[in-house]
Ligand binder design. Structure first.
Ligand code: PLP
Length: 231
């Protein structure tokens, strides 16, 4: 199957999940996670109007940004080191992975320098897995409140990477908990904070995530095939 055929399969499942949940398809952005994959595979999707792509490494995002049309939306979904913020501050449309006030401060400072407003999500380690980045659910509100005081940075919502499970139903509560957390934080009405974005769901579990309120799903393998890290 071609990349575009894979994409259409995923798109169909996104539509079906929206239907089951009584949601409009427009409420959910399907992000094609192109990390480790060549520009040529991204280019297969461009004639079909696909504009949202996800990368987890700054260097890879900027390299692809340079050679592809400038009207694409680049989502930085991986862990971000503070010394690399300056390279993507005006290239990423949304940074999904903010999990400390120090990182948020750096993003704010670089955004001020470039006279842009950075849009970010706070990454929550809902399942409290040792191996994962992200703040705990308990720490999230405090971090959002601290970030809300910084200039040139807007918190658009929350992101989580759910555990790897055989049966996606096992992650339903993780997604539900993230949604509930975002509703609680939205009610606080912090400055520069909206909780309209819920970035959750990957190849193995995006349908359940949509049923539980995801507004962005990040699908890599399902669109581009397995990744090969050996090269
Ligand atoms: C790689 C990655 C994805 C996509 O994973 P797949 O299982 O291949 O769909 C989604 N989110 C993040 C943060 C990732 O690093």
């Amino acid at each position: 199957m071609s990349v575009y055929e894979n994409y259409l399969e995923v798109e169909k499942k996104v539509q079906e999940a929206c239907k089951r949940a009584g949601r409009n398809r427009e409420e959910v952005t399907l992000i094609a996670v192109s990390k480790t994959k060549p520009v040529s595979m991204i280019e297969e999707l461009l004639p079909h109007g696909v504009v949202d792509f996800g990368e987890n490494k700054v260097q890879e995002l900027t390299a692809k940004y340079e050679v592809l049309p400038k009207d694409l939306n680049w989502h930085l979904i991986g862990h971000l080191q503070r010394n690399k913020v300056k390279y993507i501050i005006d290239k990423a449309c949304l940074i999904h992975s903010v999990d400390s006030i120090r990182l948020a401060e750096t993003i704010s400072q670089e955004a001020v320098k470039k006279n842009v407003t950075a849009s970010i999500l706070v990454e929550v380690n809902v399942a409290e897995e040792e191996s994962k980045f992200g703040v705990t659910s308990e720490e999230t509100e405090k971090l959002v409140e601290e970030i809300s005081k910084l200039p040139n940075i807007e918190v658009k919502g929350l992101m989580t990477i759910a555990p790897f499970v055989e049966n996606s139903e096992e992650n339903r509560l993780v997604f539900r908990n993230l949604r509930n957390l975002s509703v609680d934080i939205a009610a606080k009405k912090f400055n520069n904070v909206t909780m309209n974005v819920l970035s959750m769901g990957m190849t193995g579990d995006y349908e359940v995530a949509i049923e539980e309120g995801a507004t962005m799903v990040r699908v890599g393998t399902g669109i581009f095939g397995e990744r090969d890290y050996s090269k």
